[in-house]
Write a protein that binds this ligand. Structure first.
Ligand code: IPM
Ligand code: MG
Length: 368
């Protein structure tokens, strides 16, 4: 029996509800595959701001670093929203833990569950065969560049406002591009062998460096992979006009943030998408969706993205392919049987097939 330490970061909103279902499924699949899990819970995001005045307390970081893997649910809520640069924001917890754990690779798979094919707003013939993986650089670029807000005459301009200015900086170092490119090519070599590298090389200097480095890695070590450069505005269009042509999509932090929400919408069910954030140490797994404060505490949230992030944890942190496959099969079965949470039901779903968060977790655990 292998025992793993998992650090749980429930966060805010629906976080505590969905993470409970993630653990339920982890325990169920562990029992079947000879794995046990010890859980340590810590604060992140808005709840951490309320309790400790900061979104990422040192104790949370210590607990995360000491664990074999981190399972995060979601952070944020209207009570912590602010544009004041001097007040803490829940997202700082997320950005801080990504940086501190060195999680530079963010994998966001986009796959269609055939039972949910109708949920997409795109035509069935367009989404047929969609199976892509966004590889988003997660610890560089605009998110972590120098930024500032200040007052001066230029900020005031001819209108004579109070004269504020602000800037954010987009910077990439060669090694940061090289290591994420490598991850993308490695992913593609286990998939359909195609990488789209997304940049804005017609305008941005960072993108021109990005393109050079990606090609150098390709030509030196992955010549058998098909590499396609695409400008980000064009990529935004192609992703919804011919999504099935994409296999691996590699891009910098900000473009990846935007394109991954767009790609999620291809499936029509953001509540189904998981993500893995990997570095050289402890990895972190979380749903791609937010904390849904409007339905927090009602027991109706969809826990399946959290459950599928458990699948990714089994695959990438614990090398437990068979257990990971089991989780995916169980989710597929439950959906094929017609069970739905509110966000993924449609007009034809019978009322007795619509279940809440805990019941959905029970169904997946039972099928395991
Ligand atoms: C995501 C989220 C985060 C990001 C926010 C919450 C800071 O949108 O994980 O995509 O922008 O990275
Ligand atoms: Mg995002």
């Amino acid at each position: 029996m292998n025992t793993y330490n998992v650090c749980l970061l429930p966060g805010d909103g629906i976080g505590p509800e969905i993470i409970a279902e993630g653990c339920k499924v982890l325990d169920a699949v562990g029992a079947k595959h000879g794995m046990a899990f010890d859980y340590t819970e810590a604060l992140i995001g808005g709840c951490a701001i309320d309790a400790c005045g900061e979104a990422l307390p040192a104790a949370t970081l210590d607990a995360a670093k000491a664990a074999d893997a981190v399972l995060l649910a979601a952070v944020g809520g209207p009570q912590w929203d602010t544009t004041d640069p001097n007040r803490p924001r829940p997202e700082q917890g997320l950005l801080g833990i990504r940086k501190e754990l060195g999680l530079y690779t963010n994998l966001r798979p986009v796959q269609i569950f055939s039972a949910l094919a109708d949920a997409s707003t795109l035509k069935p013939q367009v989404i047929d065969g969609v199976d892509l993986m966004i590889v988003r650089e997660l610890t560089g670029g605009l998110y972590f560049g120098e930024r500032m807000r200040f007052y001066d005459e230029e900020g005031a301009g001819p209108g004579g406002s109070n004269g504020q200015r602000a800037f954010d900086t987009l910077e990439y170092r060669e090694y940061e591009i090289e290591r994420i490119a490598r991850k993308a090519f490695e992913a593609a070599s286990k998939r359909r062998g195609r990488v789209h590298s997304i940049d804005k090389a017609n305008v941005l200097e960072t993108s021109r460096l990005w393109r050079e480095v990606v090609h150098a890695v390709h030509d030196a070590d992955f010549p058998e992979i098909e590499l396609v450069d695409m400008l980000v505005d064009n990529a935004a269009m192609q992703l919804i006009s011919r999504p099935a042509d994409f296999d691996v999509v590699v891009t910098e932090n900000m473009f990846g943030d935007i394109l991954s929400d767009e790609a999620a919408q291809i499936t029509g069910s953001l509540g189904m998408l998981a993500s893995a954030s990997l570095g050289d140490g402890t990895a972190l797994y979380e749903p791609s969706h937010g904390s849904a404060p409007d339905i927090a505490g009602l027991g109706v949230a969809n826990p399946l993205a959290q459950v599928l992030s458990v699948e990714m944890m089994l695959r990438y942190s614990f090398d437990a392919e068979a257990a990971a496959d089991d989780v995916r099969r169980a989710v597929t079965t439950v959906l094929d049987e017609g069970w739905r949470t509110g966000d993924i039901k449609d007009v034809g779903t019978p009322a007795d097939k619509v279940v809440g968060c805990a019941a959905m977790g029970d169904l997946v655990a039972e099928r395991l």
